[in-house]
Structures are given as structure tokens and as C-alpha cells.
Ligand binder design. Sequence first.
Ligand code: GTP
Length: 285
Amino acid sequence: MWYPGHIEKAKNRIRKNLKIVDAVVELLDARIPFSSRAYEYDELFQNKQRILVLNKEDLADPAITSQWIKFYKKDHDVISANLKRSDASSFLKRKILPKIKGKFIEKKIMIVGVPNVGKSTLINRIKGKKSLAVGNRPGITRGIQWIKVNEQLSVLDTPGILYTRLHSPNIKMKLIATGCLPLEQVDLFDAMKKIYSFLITRYGENVFDNVLKKQKGEHVDYVTFLEFYSKEKSFIKRGQEYDYERAAAHFLINLTKGNFGRFSYETPDDIESLNNGEAAYNGKS
Ligand code: GTP
């Protein structure tokens, strides 16, 4: 689980290194660009330039990603990305570097994000062959490395992991649906029920027509869906019972990987329409 001790440690690590970075790259999950932002970001980075990267755009609903870009553009630099596919080093050079303000030619950035959002992928791609880890710098936490991408860009090689607010069951559902929370830590059926209901409500009854051979557009509740799913996948327990648990885990894992389609779990309108949106964002409710 996400223990408060871990969060404090991560925050301290980030605070220590913030002083020498020009900009913070907030890596967000494009499917939940609001819920994958930790509420501490505002307090921690208030004096820093922030560049928002909506990663895993290949898994998100493209129309909704465009809405988010427009929404965040008002206050931040923001871009969407598929770091799995693109050459992140050239992506950084072309898309991020020109946005960084700073006194010196060499710009220094820090990358933060919730678990599984793609921080290591970004760092590994940046590392590439040409880049050079230049080791510790005085006054910085021991063991921290800078990756010198080129004369103009260095990246801190300790991705800061921050955690989003978990007190809301709705946010938990979104983190599960995007793979930011491991399935071992959740109630599978509860997660399945919420995510399934959300998707058929938002995307329509026929959203999983390609997943199951059921009647097109036919309404089935999540239990019946799991029954059909177990049957089709031959997930049978001893005694010829359907293995609902295995079916739910299999379905959720494939959903997070985008194997059933591209879905987004929140829109700017959803967030703005929450009366207490701002309070919740600041962790006050
Ligand atoms: P933690 O170490 O848990 O904090 O994770 P992380 O933020 O370092 O994420 P990591 O780079 O390990 O990526 C998690 C998974 O997401 C991996 O399987 C990556 O291949 C995948 N991934 C990263 N970026 C993308 C992307 O843009 N699209 C897709 N489809 N997958 C991605």
C-alpha cells in the first residue's frame, strides 16, 4: 500500500532537489489527467515552471485528450505523448526543451508522477546511448545522478514518485482502471463493478461487443458479463464452476493495457461540475 512514510520520503527527496531544477515535468496518465496529479504538486512546485505531459495517449480517448490539453493550456505548458513508441530523447528536444525557461543554456529538469505512469520509460529513453550520467553534485542527496542528454538538457535520474489522493472511491476506481494501483491491493469484484458500470454508462451498452460474443448492445450486468467472459476464456474452477475472480483480473489487466479500446475516465467538464472540485483537489474533502 502507499504508506505515509513513503510519501514523506518522496516529498523530501523532491524538495531537496527542487532548488536546482529549472522545470518540473509532471508525467500524467492521459486517461486520468486530473486524478493522476498528486494534490501536493501545487504546494511543492508553486515557484517552478511546470510542464505537463499527458502520457499513454495511445490508450486514451483522443477527443477527451484534446479537451484536457485545452483545459490545462490556460495555466501550464502541456503536451500529450506515447513514450512507448516515440524516441523520447528527440521528443524532449523538440517538444519539451524549447518550453523550458531558465537563466543558463543548460536546462535541468525533474520528472514526477504516480506509480506506473511511465517515469522509468521516459528516463530510459532519455538515457539512450549518447547521454552520460555525470554523477553526484555537491549538496544533493547522495546517489542521485544527473543524465546529461546534451549541452542543453540534464535530467535528474531519480524520478520522484508522488501519490494521488486515495480517499475518494471514485479516484481509486480510476487508478485501478489505468493500472496505477496494483490489482493485488484491491477488491477485484468491487473494482470490476465500478469500472464496468462507468464504461457502459459513458461509452454505451455496446462498448464491449468486440470482447464478448453476446447479443450486440444487449445489457448485461457485471456479474453476467463475468460469467460470459469465464465461459469464453474457459476459466473454470474444479467442480465446473466459473472462475469469476480469474475472469475479473484478466479483464482488468487487459483493460489497463488498452486491449479493449481507448477510454478516458474523466473530462474537464466532469471535474468542473464537481461543486467541491477545488476542495477535493487540494485534499480538503
Ligand atoms: P513505477 O516504477 O511503478 O513508478 O512506474 P513508472 O512510472 O516508472 O512507469 P514505467 O516506465 O515502468 O511504465 C509502466 C508501464 O507503462 C510499462 O509497461 C511501460 O511500457 C508502459 N508505458 C509507458 N509509457 C507508455 C505509453 O505512452 N503508452 C503505453 N501504451 N504504455 C506505456
